[in-house]
Design a binder for this molecule. Structure first.
Ligand code: CTP
Ligand code: CA
Length: 225
C-alpha cells in the first residue's frame, strides 16, 4: 500500500474521471460487458482528491469501495455514462477517461427473457457514442487524458487515438501482458502527450501508477499555465 500524502496542489481544480466497464443489456437476465475492474480509475480519483482537487467519479458497475471525499455517480450503460459526462465536462479543469466503454450495444433490448431456440443465435449490435471523441471535439480549456487498451503496436495505436480524438495526453495499456492490467492490482503503462513527451511508468500497483499519472498531468498543466 502507498502511504496517503495529501497536498493542496490541485486545490480549486475540478477533475472528472470515468472508470470501470459499462454494461449493455440484452434481456432481463443478460448483458454484454468487459473485464475492466475499475481499479485504475478509482485509484486516479483518490490520487486527484489527495492532491486537493474536487473530484467527480462516473463509474460503471464495479465491486470496489469508492474513495472518500469524491463525488461518485454510478451508471450502467455507455449511454448513461455519456449523459453524465456531457453534464459535467464543460466546467472541468482535467478529464481522465479510464472507463472501458462498450463500443457496441444490442440494437434491441428484450422486455422478457429470451427463450432458447434450435440453432445458433445472432444478436445485432449498434455502435455506442465515443464519449472521449465527443469531449475531445468539444473541449475548450480542459486538459483531456484518454486511455488506450491495446494488445499490439501499443504506442502507434495509442498515438493514433490521441490524435484522432484531439486529446492532450493518453495512457497506453498493454492488455495482452500476462498478470497486469485488466482485472489485476498491478499495471504498467506509458504516458504520452500531444507534444511528443513519452514517459514509461514501470510495473507497480495501480495506486502507485495513479499517483505518477496525476504527477505527470500536473507537470503538463504547469507548462500550459
Ligand atoms: N471511449 C469512450 N467511449 C467509447 C469508447 C471508448 O469514451 N464508446 C474511450 C475510453 O474511455 C478510452 C478511449 O476511448 O479512454 C480508448 O478506448 P479504446 O477501447 O482503447 O479505444 P477505441 O477508441 O474504442 O478503439 P478500439 O476499441 O477500436 O481500439
Ligand atoms: Ca473500444
Amino acid at each position: 500500500e502507498v502511504e496517503t500524502s495529501k497536498t493542496t496542489r490541485w486545490k480549486g481544480k475540478k477533475v472528472l474521471i470515468t472508470a470501470g466497464p459499462t454494461r449493455e443489456t440484452v434481456d432481463p437476465v443478460r448483458y454484454f460487458t468487459n473485464y475492466s475492474s475499475g481499479k485504475m480509475g478509482y485509484a486516479l480519483a483518490q490520487a486527484a482528491m489527495e492532491n486537493g482537487a474536487e473530484v467527480i467519479l462516473v463509474s460503471g458497475p464495479t465491486t470496489i469501495k469508492p474513495p472518500v471525499n469524491v463525488t461518485l455517480i454510478n451508471v450502467t450503460t455507455a449511454a448513461e455514462m455519456f449523459e453524465q459526462v456531457k453534464k459535467y465536462y464543460k466546467e472541468m479543469d482535467v478529464i481522465i477517461k479510464s472507463a472501458a466503454v462498450a463500443d457496441y450495444r444490442p440494437i434491441m433490448t428484450y422486455e422478457h427473457k429470451m427463450k432458447k431456440q434450435k440453432g445458433p443465435l445472432s444478436i445485432e449490435m449498434e455502435r455506442t457514442t465515443d464519449i472521449l471523441q465527443y469531449v475531445g471535439e468539444h473541449k475548450t480549456t480542459q486538459y483531456v487524458v484518454g486511455f488506450a487498451a491495446e494488445t499490439q503496436e501499443i504506442e502507434e495505436y495509442g498515438r493514433q487515438k490521441m490524435n484522432k480524438k484531439n486529446l492532450d495526453a493518453i495512457v497506453v495499456n498493454d492488455i495482452g501482458k500476462e498478470g497486469i492490467g485488466f482485472r489485476s492490482d498491478i499495471n504498467e503503462v506509458k504516458f504520452m502527450t500531444k507534444d511528443g513527451e513519452e514517459q514509461a511508468i514501470e510495473q507497480a500497483t495501480k495506486k502507485n501508477i495513479a499517483k505518477q499519472i496525476i504527477q505527470l498531468i500536473d507537470v503538463e498543466l504547469r507548462k500550459d499555465a
